[in-house]
Write a new protein. Sequence first.
Length: 445
Amino acid sequence: MPFESLGDKLQSAFKDLRGKGKLSESDIDGALREVRRALLEADVNFKVAKDFIAHVREKAMGEEVFGSLKPDQTVIKIVRDELTELLGGTQSKITLSSTGMTVIMLVGLQGAGKTTTAGKLALMFKKKGHRPLLAACDVYRPAAIKQLEVLGQQTDVPVYRMPPNVDPVHIASYAVDTARSYNRDIVILDTAGRLTIDEKLMAELRNIKAEVHPQEILLVLDSMTGQDAVTTAKAFDENLGIDGTILTKMDGDARGGAALSIKTVTGKPIKMIGVSEKLDGGLEDFHPDRMAGRILDLGDLETLIETAQRNMDAESLKDAAGKIRKGEFTLDDFLRQLKQVRKLGSFQSILGMLPGMGKFKDQLKDIDLDGKEVKHIEAIILSMTPAERTNVKILNGSRRKRIANGAGVKIQDVNRMMKQFAEMQKTMKKMRGKKMNPSKLGNLS
Ligand code: GDP
């Protein structure tokens, strides 16, 4: 997960401030030194990090912090606001033409995720009721045309293609004409990429731009490449002029430097982020404020709720929440929720969206929701009797052995799962005791 290590370091920078009734200038400077180090280690551009600290310091030294009742919270709030600014301030969406047709031109280096993103965008717009058309303008890599055709089949979106000897500028132009004739309202151009930026590529892209006047030229960038992504963005913007960026592979272990520097360095917003290889759900709107909350482990319940609304069964969620509140959450409920939760994406990404859940990361890291582990958990639970699922306390050693045999796993697997479930119940109990209000946790102001 990107930002994971940055998030950990930022939280530890604020640890010493916690619980202090009054903060001194040197307390704040000490914390900010750690924040600065954390940003640089996350591969944030040097100047961006320096300015960031200067802004936070200026605000923190004001009356705001010294006069507040919980100065540590106020400092975190200032950092959150400043991080939000760094990530672009307010959300910047892909703009669609309100009258005619929208042409979206995707550009970027080879391997950044352009073609995949074209497929994801097509599906996203289709789900919103649009009639997209994909156009294969990368004629240099024959596999790219094939790849787009496969994506077209998977998403049931038509793909416009021509033989590889046709000039990509013509392909783009014909694609737009064809879209018009077939009453398509969005054309997504997948253009050629190179391993490095070269003048021939830029000239071709400028020609396509001059020919079809795209509403949106979006630069697809691999977030894993860190500051190289920022350099690429600068070059594309200077040579072609871009409207925004799409940062892919945000589900990987990128340190976050690209996301945090791009807006400041290029002045162009991040419009979307790629969060998995999957076509469906693999692309999200980018909300700077929510991302800042995620980095600081203040959670991002809005995104989680939106994703859940799209993918999950609301009744079952409500039912589970009620059971957690009453302390009646059983292994059967656990299994049901596990199946639901799998629809949301990777487990680590879900944890990242829950306020305060960062600290359970290590405890829960062994759960591989996408693989074997879940199948084992399922088999273990299904091998139990209904009474056992309701009350795990009745499971003694010999019953566990029998369950392991029935599920085709080792007894250690059964024990480990029981331990995880017990930990979870303990956490739920604590949460009930504290009368935690998650909606408040995400909002410090
Ligand atoms: P292109 O050369 O720019 O068209 O790049 P591709 O679309 O072929 O993508 C290159 C690789 O990155 C492929 O293996 C994609 O599956 C992968 N990819 C693209 N976007 C994402 C993403 O958001 N997350 C992950 N994990 N992989 C991605």
